[in-house]
Each structure stands twice: as structure tokens, then as C-alpha cells.
Design a protein around this ligand. Structure first.
Ligand SMILES: [Fe+2]
Length: 294
């Protein structure tokens, strides 16, 4: 969905095959599939140039923040590398206008991000890695985050801590419609797992989200560095940590939080507004976080 070039190519194909009705029907349904591949549950669409989002009449959202390659060069493995000029676009706090108040009351915020297609030298497009700041509203707990992939492919990488011994480390490979939950206090990063497409994802966060980069930066990054080799993500251990082992997995279904597979996380909020209270108030769900497996 939302790939303008792909859309045009299919329109041309559709015209070429106009005379062949059965083929035309197939192409028409494929076009619909391309556009409707994932419906996030409210009216918002990623746009490519300039990178950002378009909001429908009943949707609110801010002007996007765009990060350019020049702005992030210092953080890259090869600061001289080539890559997309606009690397990613972020809009924090989007949703249906009628939900502005319920969202504020519940301390919830929905954020959306698009990563450009392509790579940054040998590196995939990714975030730097952070831990969520401890929040007063969460009684001093760091808050979790619920990701949902909208298009492209993502790896949500996470490790239990950013101390010298990072504990369990996971790379969760997620496709459109899949949900990945990062538990409170874990260091994490989002990585594009398919450089041939842009990656768009949404996430439920605590409204007073803040990031703590100190421990991650003190170790020069997270415990594993992703690189792109022959179109696939490969991992190098960061030698500033000790004893790390990586588990690569697919997302699971988080029944312990009542999450429903196949239903957009925004729609799940809309039909049960208390469902995501484990995000701003993780302290009330301590049993669910014990030995949590992403
Ligand atoms: Fe985060």
C-alpha cells in the first residue's frame, strides 16, 4: 500500500489488459489489496515526497519531524555513506479528533513513523536505541511500547538492560498487521528489515514519553549491530557488552494483555479504552512482566 510508483505500474498494466476481462478483474482486486493491505483503524496515510502523513477530516496530527541523512551522519557506522536524503519522518500524537480527550485522560499517545527505503551504507535504516524514561505517572516505572507494523518489514530489537550484561536479547521480525510489545525498562530499537520498501509503523506510548540514551551510548550502541548483507539483516556482537546471545523470532499474541490478533491496535483502543492502560501504568501489571518473552 501507499507506494505511488507501484500503484502507477499497476494502473498501466490494468490499461494494457483492459480487453481481457478475467485478467482485469484479478488486477483490480490486486490493486485494492495494495491500497488496503493494512487499515490502521483511523484515516491516516503515509506519503512519500516530502515524507510524512496525510490526515483525514476526522484525524488530528502534528506537522511531521523529518530527519535527514546529514543530520544523523555522526551516529552512523560510516558517516560518509550514501543513502536516502530524508531518512525518516515522525508524527507523535495522532488519532481521531473525537478521541483527543479520552487519550489525554488515559495518558496515552499514538505515534507514527515512516522509514525511507534503502540503506545507510551497510546499515539498515534504524533508530539509535533507547530506554523509556521512568515516569511519575507510572509510579517510577519505565513505560512499555506497543508497536504495530503498517507496511514494509520491521525488526524490533530489544534487550533486558543496557548494563555490561544485557540479559536476554531478542530480534522480533514483524510484518504488516503484526504487533510487538517492548516491556518496561528494556533497551530497544526499530530496524527496517527490507531495504526495498519503506517501513511504516504505529505505536502506543505513554503520553509523557521520554528517552534515556545514557547507558546505550556508554556502550556505543545496543548489544548487537544490524547490517544488511545480500538483502538480509545480519548481526555483529557489540564487544562492549558481555555474554549476549540473540534470539530471533516472530511476534507472538499477547493474550495476557487482552490483545486481539488481526485487529488494529487503534481499533482495539476505540472499542475498549482501558485495554492499553498497561502502557502508562505498567506498575499495575507486575505479574505479566515477570519473565516476559517478547
Ligand atoms: Fe521506544
Amino acid at each position: 500500500m501507499w507506494h505511488a510508483q507501484g500503484f502507477c505500474a499497476f494502473v498501466i498494466l490494468a490499461v494494457e489488459f483492459e480487453a481481457q476481462n478475467s485478467v482485469k478483474t484479478k488486477i483490480t482486486s490486486y490493486l485494492t489489496f495494495q491500497i488496503m493491505q493494512f487499515n490502521p483503524g483511523f484515516d491516516i496515510k503515509p506519503i512519500a515526497k516530502p515524507m510524512g502523513f496525510s490526515y483525514g477530516n476526522e484525524t488530528f496530527g502534528p506537522d511531521v519531524e523529518i530527519r535527514t541523512l546529514d543530520a544523523i551522519r555522526k551516529s552512523l557506522w560510516d558517516p560518509e555513506c550514501s543513502g536516502p536524503e530524508q531518512v525518516y519522518a515522525i508524527a507523535m500524537d495522532v488519532g481521531k479528533i473525537k478521541h483527543k480527550e479520552p487519550l489525554e485522560q488515559r495518558h496515552l499517545l499514538f505515534g507514527v513513523v515512516t522509514y525511507a527505503a534503502g540503506t545507510l551504507g551497510k546499515e539498515p535504516v534504524r533508530s539509535q536505541g533507547h530506554i523509556h524514561k521512568k515516569s511519575d505517572y507510572a509510579q517510577g516505572w519505565s513505560t512499555p511500547e506497543v508497536y504495530e507494523i503498517w507496511s514494509g518489514e520491521a525488526i524490533i530489537y530489544m534487550q533486558e538492560s543496557a548494563n555490561d550484561y544485557p540479559g536476554r536479547c531478542f530480534a522480533v521480525h514483524a510484518l504488516p498487521g503484526e504487533v510487538v510489545l517492548v516491556p518496561p525498562g528494556w533497551a530497544h530499537a526499530t530496524i527496517s528489515a527490507n531495504a526495498s520498501q519503506p517501513l511504516t509503523f504505529g505505536a502506543w506510548c505513554d503520553r509523557e514519553y521520554g528517552f534515556d540514551y545514557d547507558d546505550v551510548r556508554a556502550h556505543g550502541g545496543l548489544a548487537f549491530f544490524p547490517f544488511v548483507k545480500e538483502g538480509k539483516i545480519v548481526w555483529d556482537k557489540n564487544k562492549k557488552y558481555h555474554g549476549q546471545e540473540l534470539t530471533i523470532k516472530s511476534p507472538r499474541i499477547y493474550t495476557e494483555f487482552g490483545l486481539e490478533p488481526g485487529v488494529p491496535i487503534y481499533s482495539q483502543f476505540e472499542s475498549a479504552m482501558e485495554k492499553f492502560q498497561f502502557v502508562p501504568r505498567p506498575d499495575l501489571y507486575q505479574n505479566q512482566w515477570k519473565q516476559f518473552v517478547p
